[in-house]
Design a protein around this ligand. Sequence first.
Ligand code: NCD
Length: 306
Amino acid sequence: MAPGLLGIEGLDRAEIESYLHRAKAFQSHGASNFKKLDTLRGKLLVNLFFENSTRTRTSFEIAAKRLGADTISIAASGSSVTKGESLVDTLNTLAAMRPHAIVMRHSASGAPHFLARHLETPIINAGDGMHEHPTQALLDALTILDHKPALEGLRVAIIGDIIHSRVARSNVHLLSKFGAQIVLCGPAPMLPPDLAKLAPGVVLTHDIREAIDGADVIMMLRVQLERQHETPFPPGDYFRFYGLRPEHLTLTRQDTIVMHPGPINRGREISSEVADSKRSVILNQVENGVAVRMAVLEKVMGVQAA
Ligand code: NCD
């Protein structure tokens, strides 16, 4: 199998640390005068998105450009997938044009893993169904480490539609490898008891106040309407029980940070006051997405850091 990045579950601590260490070197810390590098000059990256994306797709593209690579972005709606071509045929077609890596997002869990077994070209998973979203977990870890000295011992509450969230899964894998304490919280249909088995030490609760009690990090998730056939909660009720509001922040410490992978739904899982508050690091996550994806592309596209 070609070396790519399919998930966090199969990585060890050293591999994760090496991505994070390299990503730190690429952080822009709010500056916009980033100097374009030529590390990946002559290399071609194909971005293939079968599901919608704003942050992930753009940041992979920016990351590639900052490293000097050429990029092509393809949205499935504009490709021959809509003409009935199979996934394997689409991927083989793109691979025949000899890109050095393919970034792929697909609604089927395991799709990139399956393709990686058939293709020489390295595949980077940009989200597969309800399974994994490895670069999101890496950028989340980088963002946490901008605010906290270490992941070990942190209490991280992940709140929302856990069952449908690849972000939650990748974060649980990463954080548990580093000894963080993880509390998953959501309404019963979005939090089946099996999720406690995701990693050792994962705790489940249906009570948001219990989840945020003593939390160092609160990670909010969107209700993934595209992955369920009916809305389990009317939006107003969902917000009343699981929406993060200013009154919740008063129950936490001053240094508790609020995260969200985006896209945020204001008034549904998070109030505007919280999303725009000083505690929110949501836009820092977006900014760190570029740094993390630079580190991943550099490694996967065959140029090791010095
Ligand atoms: C997430 C995704 O697509 O898994 N978004 C992202 O990549 N930043 C979460 C979501 O869509 O709610």
